[in-house]
Design a binder for this molecule. Structure first.
Ligand code: NOJ
Length: 716
């Protein structure tokens, strides 16, 4: 209890209290209904206590000044923004960054994003986004750490540490907001904002662990998802918000609604008017109403009706003021944004952006040693609508990043290969039906040493409100690719296809016909330099896909953590779990990603053979780099309970290690797995450590055929 906050509470009018519970948007980004009021006036009157979508040091400072110098109680504003993968300097989109499988790096990029945003007066980011996403139709898969709950939990911890730093009050720390609580990734048919209906078990095994991890890491705030889960909108989900989050996990931070979500309870059909909507949200534990009039206008009515109490309102206000206090805003509201950053900080951040971008790109295929481009490469054909598309490189949540400030692939190649002749044509636009540029693009291919075919989506085709029923190459890009592939085959020129996208794209034909295929995702500000580093072989690719790539839309959702079937697929038996028209196997499994080395695994050791819940399992495997280049391998550790009271997934990720080896070198990857992590939610969802045999599977990706198998026995 803070004396300052209690004293303030005593002096506050109802309107001022509700102001602290209301967040308004300045108009830098509009993603929903807008408000009619004069923002500056509302800040002066104390009827708005926090803001979003405001950028720039002068502007944040000017509004903060109104709050602390011209409002009656001088309560500082909480200024938030979606700083998901960078503020001005853009790192790769989260889905890409997840593929680096590097917690230290995830933390460093969040730290740098926080420093940069804080230098502009931002004190809160609506990140990390922790929705486990298994449906590439859903555009928001781009913002997520991918399909795996264990990975999402590791990512959650790293990001919270990075954004919040060691001390939330520090001038370069910002509050994190874990979102979207929960199960938003499971929207029906991948359509954004659609209903979610998942089992209680799936909630506990898949969607809740990342939030538990965020709470454990001390996350300052959490955002309930827009959607309903089995009929109960998350904004009003008392059992999950108050029950699970606050009571069970001990979360005592601030719950911030999503944009206009409290008012949207009317459209969900669970509230008849704003007062009822506000009552549901407040009772569920939501403290801040983002961009809806529900708290401001509805709570006074709810009070009058006796549906909420002043104590309930005070409790929410207390949590909001406590966050402002923890952020140090009462002591010095201008500590963030006090001085512009120096050039050294900006240069350091760009170096990091280049490093993480090189670590995020996934080399999906590399036949005929098409990559790296040899030192002798003289004539390169750089084709496709994403080849020189700086404005797209930032991806879907570009915060305050200046889109055109990113480096396109063409620019990166020019810098890396000043002697080479680079021939460029877009051929077609990203979308649309104009094929007239194809012939000229194909004509450029004659005499080229290699063709780089840069294809994919526009940045705005993923992210919020960007679901795609057919997540394939849009527009006429396939026509361009087919024409180029045809020509290249005739001339025996290698084709390296580079995909820019916010999701895995369904491109089995391209994966088959291109010599090399890279998933660049959206690599951020340093896109072109990072890709040039990889293509030229200055750096060996090491990114791994954190999400399974389907070969057909009908396979979705497809993920490695599926449970077994009583009738597992058998090509010789019709009555088994399979499709008549496509294989069950994905185009690329989770974890897949090549480098310029070639790793061979041998000699898996798992000790001890029998473990209790307090023991640690040690897993070692030998690796040899039999390729011609130095490279880094990510070694995955999966487990499988052979027999349990509840059928367990065919593979569960429980660890990874990275090992770098020179060509011809050998090494050992060592992983340790606390046996307690083999607990799972038992038949009644209470975690159990069930005696029995557990397979330990180690290898390069979630393809059982490529894993070495050992095992342990769990004892009671
Ligand atoms: C809506 C999105 O769902 C959420 O992720 C974001 O933080 C808010 N808008 C604010 O921009």
């Amino acid at each position: 209890m803070s004396a300052r906050i209690e004293a303030l509470l005593k002096r506050m009018t109802l309107a001022e209290k509700l102001g602290q519970l209301s967040m308004s948007a300045a108009h830098d980004a509009i993603t929903g209904p807008t408000e009619a009021h004069d923002l500056a006036q509302a800040v002066r009157q104390g009827t708005v206590g926090s803001l979003l979508n405001l950028t720039g040091r002068e502007r944040t400072r000017a509004l903060q000044r109104l709050a602390v110098e011209e409002s009656r109680l001088r309560i500082p504003l909480l200024i938030g923004l979606d700083v998901l993968h960078g503020y001005r300097t853009l790192f790769p989109i989260p889905l890409a960054e997840a593929g680096a499988f590097d917690e230290a790096l995830w933390e460093r990029t969040a730290r740098e994003a926080a420093i940069e945003a804080a230098a502009d007066g931002i004190a809160l980011t609506f990140a990390p986004m922790l929705d486990v996403a298994r449906d590439p139709r859903w555009g928001r898969i781009a913002e997520s750490p991918g399909e795996d709950p264990w990975l999402a939990a590791r990512y959650a911890r790293a990001k919270v540490r990075g954004f919040q730093g060691a001390e939330l009050a520090a001038a370069d720390a910002i509050a994190a907001c874990a979102k979207h609580f929960c199960a938003y990734g499971a929207v029906c048919a991948g359509r954004d904002y659609a209903p979610v209906d998942v089992s209680e078990r799936t909630l506990h095994e898949v969607h809740l662990p990342a939030f538990a991890a965020a709470v454990e890491a001390g996350v300052a705030s959490i955002m309930p998802a827009f959607v309903d889960v089995a009929g109960v909108p998350m904004t009003a989900h008392r059992r999950l918000l108050r029950g699970w989050l606050r009571d069970e996990q001990g979360f005592d931070g601030v719950l911030i609604s999503d944009y206009h979500a409290i008012a949207e309870l009317l459209r969900h059909g669970v509230a008849a008017d704003l007062a009822a909507a506000a009552t549901l949200a407040l009772k569920a534990g939501v403290d801040i109403d983002m961009m809806s009039p529900a708290y401001r206008e509805g709570l006074p009515v709810a009070l009058e009706r006796g549906h909420v109490t002043m104590d309930e309102i005070d409790a929410a206000v207390r949590r909001v003021l406590t966050l402002k206090e923890r952020l140090g805003l009462f002591d010095d509201p201008y500590r963030r944004g006090a001085a512009p950053e120096d050039a050294g900080a900006i240069a350091r951040r760009r170096r990091l952006a280049r490093e993480i971008a090189t670590r995020s790109v996934v080399l999906l295929k590399n036949a005929r040693a098409a990559l790296p481009l040899g030192a002798a490469v003289r004539r390169l054909c750089v084709l496709g609508p994403l080849a020189d598309a700086a404005a797209e490189m930032g991806g879907c949540w570009a915060a305050a990043g200046r889109r055109e400030a990113s480096v396109s692939l063409l620019e990166g190649l020019r810098a890396a290969l000043p002697q080479a002749e680079l021939r460029h044509a877009a051929g077609v636009a990203i979308d649309g039906d104009d094929r007239r540029g194809i012939a000229a693009a194909v004509a450029l291919c004659a005499g080229a040493d290699a063709i780089l075919l840069c294809l994919g989506e526009a940045a705005e085709m993923s992210g919020e409100a960007a679901s795609r029923a057919c997540p394939e190459l849009p527009g006429e890009q396939r026509a361009l690719a087919e024409a180029v592939l045809e020509q290249a085959r005739a001339n025996d020129t290698p084709v390296i296809a580079i995909l820019f996208s916010g999701r895995p794209l369904i491109v089995p034909w391209l994966a088959e016909r291109a010599d090399a295929l890279l998933a660049a995702w959206f690599p951020g500000t340093e896109a072109g330099h990072a890709l040039a580093d990889l293509l030229t072989g200055r750096v060996s690719p090491s990114g791994r896909t954190p999400v399974t790539w389907p070969r057909a839309v009908g396979q979705i959702p497809i993920f490695f953590g599926q449970r077994p079937s009583g009738r597992p697929a058998d090509a010789n038996d019709r009555y088994t779990s399979r499709y008549l028209d496509v294989p069950n196997e994905p185009l690329f499994p989770f974890g897949h990603g090549l480098g310029y080395g070639r790793f061979e695994y041998s000699n898996l050791r798992v000790t001890p053979a029998i473990v209790g819940a307090r023991d640690t399992i040690r897993v070692c495997v030998d690796l040899a780099n039999t390729g011609a280049h130095a490279a880094e391998e990510t070694v995955f550790l999966f487990v499988r309970h052979e027999v349990a009271r509840v059928a367990r997934p065919l593979l569960e990720l429980k660890g990874y290690a990275r090992i770098a080896l020179e060509p011809g070198a050998r090494g050992t990857a060592q992983l340790s797995l606390p046996a307690a992590e083999l607990r799972y939610p038992g038949p009644d969802l209470v975690p159990v450590f069930e005696p029995g045999a557990v397979e330990i599977l180690v290898g390069p990706c979630a393809d059982r055929a490529r894993l070495l198998v050992g095992g342990v026995r769990l004892r009671a």
